[in-house]
Write a protein that binds this ligand. Structure first.
Ligand code: SF4
Length: 190
Protein backbone atom coordinates (compact mmCIF):
# COMPACT_ATOMS: atom_id res chain seq x y z
CA UNK A 1 0.00 0.00 0.00
CA UNK A 2 1.30 3.48 -0.98
CA UNK A 3 1.92 5.78 1.96
CA UNK A 4 0.36 9.25 1.77
CA UNK A 5 2.98 11.84 0.99
CA UNK A 6 3.65 14.07 4.00
CA UNK A 7 2.27 17.57 3.55
CA UNK A 8 4.50 19.94 5.47
CA UNK A 9 1.40 21.85 6.49
CA UNK A 10 0.39 18.92 8.69
CA UNK A 11 3.26 19.75 11.01
CA UNK A 12 4.22 23.35 10.25
CA UNK A 13 1.85 24.57 12.99
CA UNK A 14 4.72 23.61 15.30
CA UNK A 15 6.68 26.52 13.84
CA UNK A 16 3.97 28.95 14.94
CA UNK A 17 3.89 27.40 18.39
CA UNK A 18 7.69 27.65 18.51
CA UNK A 19 7.56 31.38 17.72
CA UNK A 20 5.24 32.10 20.62
CA UNK A 21 6.72 29.53 23.01
CA UNK A 22 10.37 30.40 22.46
CA UNK A 23 9.64 34.12 22.66
CA UNK A 24 8.90 33.50 26.33
CA UNK A 25 12.42 32.11 26.65
CA UNK A 26 13.93 35.08 24.86
CA UNK A 27 12.24 37.69 22.72
CA UNK A 28 14.85 37.35 19.98
CA UNK A 29 13.18 34.05 19.00
CA UNK A 30 10.25 36.17 17.80
CA UNK A 31 12.42 36.89 14.76
CA UNK A 32 11.48 33.40 13.63
CA UNK A 33 8.18 35.08 12.75
CA UNK A 34 9.98 36.78 9.87
CA UNK A 35 10.26 33.33 8.29
CA UNK A 36 6.51 33.33 7.69
CA UNK A 37 6.60 36.63 5.82
CA UNK A 38 9.85 36.02 3.94
CA UNK A 39 8.86 32.44 3.11
CA UNK A 40 5.49 33.44 1.71
CA UNK A 41 6.86 36.22 -0.47
CA UNK A 42 9.99 34.27 -1.46
CA UNK A 43 8.06 31.18 -2.51
CA UNK A 44 5.65 33.24 -4.52
CA UNK A 45 8.37 35.19 -6.31
CA UNK A 46 10.35 32.05 -7.13
CA UNK A 47 7.57 29.59 -7.96
CA UNK A 48 4.82 32.00 -9.06
CA UNK A 49 2.32 29.66 -7.50
CA UNK A 50 0.63 28.93 -4.19
CA UNK A 51 3.03 26.27 -2.93
CA UNK A 52 3.56 28.17 0.32
CA UNK A 53 -0.16 28.57 0.95
CA UNK A 54 -1.19 25.03 0.08
CA UNK A 55 1.74 23.06 1.45
CA UNK A 56 3.78 25.01 3.98
CA UNK A 57 2.27 28.07 5.65
CA UNK A 58 2.71 27.64 9.44
CA UNK A 59 -0.03 30.18 10.17
CA UNK A 60 -2.65 28.40 8.09
CA UNK A 61 -1.54 25.12 9.63
CA UNK A 62 -1.88 26.57 13.15
CA UNK A 63 -5.34 28.01 12.45
CA UNK A 64 -6.49 24.70 10.98
CA UNK A 65 -5.16 22.66 13.89
CA UNK A 66 -6.55 24.91 16.61
CA UNK A 67 -9.93 25.72 15.08
CA UNK A 68 -11.04 22.81 12.93
CA UNK A 69 -13.08 21.27 15.74
CA UNK A 70 -14.45 24.43 17.28
CA UNK A 71 -15.13 26.77 14.37
CA UNK A 72 -18.81 27.74 14.27
CA UNK A 73 -18.86 27.95 10.45
CA UNK A 74 -21.28 30.87 10.48
CA UNK A 75 -22.36 32.39 7.21
CA UNK A 76 -19.68 34.70 5.94
CA UNK A 77 -20.77 38.35 5.74
CA UNK A 78 -20.23 39.55 2.17
CA UNK A 79 -18.37 42.64 3.39
CA UNK A 80 -15.66 40.58 5.03
CA UNK A 81 -14.01 39.58 1.79
CA UNK A 82 -14.68 42.87 0.05
CA UNK A 83 -11.71 44.35 -1.77
CA UNK A 84 -11.66 47.26 0.68
CA UNK A 85 -11.17 44.90 3.60
CA UNK A 86 -8.37 43.09 1.77
CA UNK A 87 -6.74 46.41 0.93
CA UNK A 88 -7.05 47.45 4.57
CA UNK A 89 -5.04 44.42 5.66
CA UNK A 90 -2.41 45.04 2.97
CA UNK A 91 -1.99 48.59 4.28
CA UNK A 92 -2.12 47.46 7.88
CA UNK A 93 0.67 44.91 7.42
CA UNK A 94 2.67 47.25 5.18
CA UNK A 95 2.51 50.09 7.72
CA UNK A 96 3.35 47.66 10.49
CA UNK A 97 6.51 46.60 8.67
CA UNK A 98 7.36 50.18 7.81
CA UNK A 99 7.02 51.44 11.39
CA UNK A 100 8.85 48.39 12.77
CA UNK A 101 11.77 48.92 10.38
CA UNK A 102 11.97 52.70 10.71
CA UNK A 103 11.68 52.71 14.48
CA UNK A 104 14.38 50.03 14.65
CA UNK A 105 16.63 52.22 12.56
CA UNK A 106 15.94 55.17 14.86
CA UNK A 107 16.73 53.07 17.93
CA UNK A 108 19.95 51.84 16.29
CA UNK A 109 20.92 55.47 15.57
CA UNK A 110 20.18 56.40 19.19
CA UNK A 111 17.42 58.85 18.23
CA UNK A 112 14.67 57.13 20.23
CA UNK A 113 14.42 54.59 23.03
CA UNK A 114 13.43 51.05 22.14
CA UNK A 115 9.87 49.93 22.82
CA UNK A 116 10.58 46.83 24.84
CA UNK A 117 7.08 45.46 25.26
CA UNK A 118 4.30 43.89 23.21
CA UNK A 119 1.82 46.17 21.46
CA UNK A 120 -1.39 44.81 20.01
CA UNK A 121 -2.72 46.07 16.68
CA UNK A 122 0.06 48.68 16.59
CA UNK A 123 -1.69 50.93 19.11
CA UNK A 124 -2.34 49.18 22.41
CA UNK A 125 0.14 48.02 24.99
CA UNK A 126 -0.53 44.35 25.73
CA UNK A 127 -1.93 43.68 29.21
CA UNK A 128 0.87 41.20 29.91
CA UNK A 129 4.62 41.00 29.81
CA UNK A 130 6.47 38.11 28.29
CA UNK A 131 8.48 36.07 30.77
CA UNK A 132 12.09 36.04 29.65
CA UNK A 133 13.57 32.83 30.95
CA UNK A 134 16.96 33.47 29.37
CA UNK A 135 18.77 36.61 30.47
CA UNK A 136 20.72 37.54 27.39
CA UNK A 137 21.54 41.17 26.67
CA UNK A 138 21.25 42.05 23.01
CA UNK A 139 21.63 45.46 21.36
CA UNK A 140 18.54 47.52 22.14
CA UNK A 141 17.56 47.89 18.49
CA UNK A 142 17.47 44.11 18.07
CA UNK A 143 15.30 43.64 21.15
CA UNK A 144 13.04 46.44 19.92
CA UNK A 145 12.74 44.83 16.48
CA UNK A 146 12.04 41.43 18.04
CA UNK A 147 9.18 42.91 20.08
CA UNK A 148 7.80 44.59 16.97
CA UNK A 149 7.83 41.35 14.98
CA UNK A 150 6.29 39.48 17.91
CA UNK A 151 3.57 42.14 18.18
CA UNK A 152 2.77 41.92 14.47
CA UNK A 153 2.68 38.15 14.51
CA UNK A 154 0.55 37.96 17.63
CA UNK A 155 -1.91 40.64 16.46
CA UNK A 156 -2.49 39.06 13.06
CA UNK A 157 -2.76 35.59 14.62
CA UNK A 158 -5.39 36.90 17.05
CA UNK A 159 -7.40 38.37 14.17
CA UNK A 160 -7.13 35.02 12.37
CA UNK A 161 -8.26 33.14 15.47
CA UNK A 162 -11.26 35.38 16.13
CA UNK A 163 -12.40 35.27 12.50
CA UNK A 164 -11.73 31.54 12.40
CA UNK A 165 -13.85 30.79 15.47
CA UNK A 166 -16.88 32.38 13.81
CA UNK A 167 -16.50 31.52 10.14
CA UNK A 168 -13.94 28.91 9.10
CA UNK A 169 -10.48 27.98 10.41
CA UNK A 170 -8.66 29.41 7.41
CA UNK A 171 -10.88 32.42 6.76
CA UNK A 172 -7.85 34.60 7.52
CA UNK A 173 -6.46 33.45 4.15
CA UNK A 174 -9.30 35.32 2.41
CA UNK A 175 -7.93 38.65 3.68
CA UNK A 176 -4.27 37.72 4.15
CA UNK A 177 -2.06 40.29 2.37
CA UNK A 178 0.00 37.49 0.80
CA UNK A 179 -3.11 36.18 -0.90
CA UNK A 180 -4.31 39.62 -1.94
CA UNK A 181 -0.96 40.69 -3.35
CA UNK A 182 -0.34 37.43 -5.18
CA UNK A 183 -3.74 37.69 -6.89
CA UNK A 184 -3.08 41.31 -7.86
CA UNK A 185 0.37 40.41 -9.23
CA UNK A 186 -1.02 37.45 -11.13
CA UNK A 187 -3.60 39.67 -12.84
CA UNK A 188 -0.96 42.26 -13.58
CA UNK A 189 1.29 39.72 -15.29
CA UNK A 190 -1.39 37.72 -17.11
S1 SF4 B 1 -3.05 33.21 2.42
FE1 SF4 B 1 -1.62 33.90 4.04
S2 SF4 B 1 -2.20 32.74 5.89
FE2 SF4 B 1 -3.19 31.77 4.15
S3 SF4 B 1 -1.83 30.14 3.56
FE3 SF4 B 1 -1.26 31.90 2.31
S4 SF4 B 1 0.33 33.00 3.43
FE4 SF4 B 1 -0.63 31.55 4.84
Amino acid sequence: MMKNKLNLQDISFLYTIAIFGLSMVHISFALLGLGCYVGAVGFYLVNKDKTWCTKICPRASFLTKTLSKISLHKKLPKNLTHQKVKSFFVWYMGLNFFFASMSTLMVALGRIDGLLHVRLFMAFQAPFTLPQLLSLQLPEFLTHFSYRIYSMTLSSTLIGLVLGVFYAPRIWCAVCPVNTLSVVKKHATS
